[in-house]
Design a protein around this ligand. Structure first.
Ligand SMILES: NC(=O)c1ccc[n+]([C@@H]2O[C@H](COP(=O)([O-])OP(=O)(O)OC[C@H]3O[C@@H](n4cnc5c(N)ncnc54)[C@H](O)[C@@H]3O)[C@@H](O)[C@H]2O)c1
Length: 349
């Protein structure tokens, strides 16, 4: 019996594969590599000393998804596969609705056909939009403000309706806050294509010399130092949450939603400060105008996950910075072949 991991070559998927293998789960990974490299999964094998099937499948093709269920004895699914760039979802909304929703509908339909009715779904804190006041609880009113967030809200609704219509269906919806960091080996980590949208990969690319400086979007938010506050969670804590979710599914009917965050908010300036302290590398930054769509503050109330999943984030902000830097400095160009671009000498890892 194996756990099917969709989108397992991606950032969160690859780290979760490590956690699953180390907890002795058998896994099968499918991915279309639209935003990842097969190399990440080779490294998962290097870290764990285990091999597992990796199959190139686009979840939009139902027949290809069904072939996987014919071939393997699947017991549950962790569904990571999705497109996730908020800005791109505004300009390519149809692509986002097609990719994220058709993929979900196909996997659910095939699972139903094969009586595999346990799924862990990757949702996001983005579903809260700018409605609630942090700390955000699961019951806080939702309201996505972009097509990406809408796909997550719609997917959540589909899963809720499915469990309501058939008690055999069990699902866990995980609303991630801001995953950062890397596996402590430094072999796998976040490898964004093009210009990173998120603070941590941008910061580490500045540190490694690929970018000249960091832009801090806005210093006039009503927060502790005027810059945006987010709930950063170490990727390995997040990965551990998926194993807990699988265990929870074994004993609990219905559809359950959990925040996965630390419950602590850190500002952009605090992040820069801790990163500099941990790595010893100065980060040049410039304060610029606010970025459209950003909110002042977003952090979780993670109590529900602590109580029902028996899960808690344990790694610190220093761990997150140290592990990000270990990954970035030993893989300045991610999983891509060495580029000729010069990098600063890595230190502090
Ligand atoms: N990283 C974050 O900050 C964050 C925050 C909240 C939620 N999420 C969600 O978590 C999940 C994983 O995110 P991630 O950061 O690992 O992203 P990622 O892009 O690194 O991984 C997603 C993977 O899915 C694959 N994929 C996409 N569409 C596919 C399709 N049609 N068929 C097969 N494979 C497909 C991609 O190639 C990629 O390997 C996504 O659903 C994302 O929306 C991510």
């Amino acid at each position: 019996m194996a756990v099917l991991v969709t989108g397992g070559a991606g950032y969160i998927g690859s780290h979760t594969c490590v956690e699953l293998l180390e907890k002795d789960y058998e896994i099968v990974v499918i991915d279309n590599f639209s935003n990842s490299q097969p190399e990440s999964l080779k490294r998962v094998s290097e870290i764990t000393g285990k091999i597992f099937p990796v199959i190139e499948v686009d979840l939009r093709n139902r027949e290809d998804v069904e072939d996987i269920f014919k071939q393997f004895n699947i017991q549950a699914v962790i569904h990571f596969a999705a497109l996730k760039a908020v800005g791109e979802s505004v300009t390519k909304s149809l692509l986002y609705y097609q990719n994220n929703l058709i993929s979900l509908l196909n996997i659910l339909d095939v699972m139903d056909q094969y009586s595999v009715q346990q799924i862990v779904f990757s949702s996001s804190a983005t579903v809260y939009g700018d409605n609630g006041r942090s700390p955000l609880k699961e019951e806080t009113h939702t309201g996505a403000v972009n097509p990406y967030g809408q796909t997550k809200l719609m997917a959540e609704k589909i899963l809720e309706d499915l469990s309501a219509s058939n008690r055999e269906w069990k699902s866990v919806i995980l609303r991630y806050f801001n995953p950062v960091g890397a596996h402590e080996s430094g072999k796998i980590g976040e490898d964004p294509g093009g210009v990173p949208n998120n603070l941590m990969p941008y910061l580490s690319q500045v540190a490694v010399g690929q970018r000249t400086h960091l832009s801090v979007f806005g210093c006039d938010y009503p927060t502790k130092d005027g810059t945006g506050v987010r709930d950063y969670i170490h990727i390995m804590d997040l990965a551990a949450g998926h194993v807990k979710a699988l265990q929870f599914l074994e004993n609990n009917e219905g559809c359950h939603t959990f925040n996965l965050g630390t419950g602590k908010g850190y500002s952009v300036l605090e992040m820069i400060h801790v990163f500099q302290q941990v790595t010893g590398i100065p980060i040049p930054y410039q304060i610029v105008d606010r970025r459209a769509g950003d909110i002042a503050e977003c952090f979780a109330n993670p109590k529900k996950a602590e109580k029902h999943l028996e899960w808690k984030a344990v790694r610190t902000l220093s761990d997150m910075c140290r592990d990000t830097w270990r990954w970035q400095s030993s893989n300045p160009f991610g999983y891509h072949p060495q580029s000729k671009m010069k990098t600063k000498k890595a230190s502090g890892a």
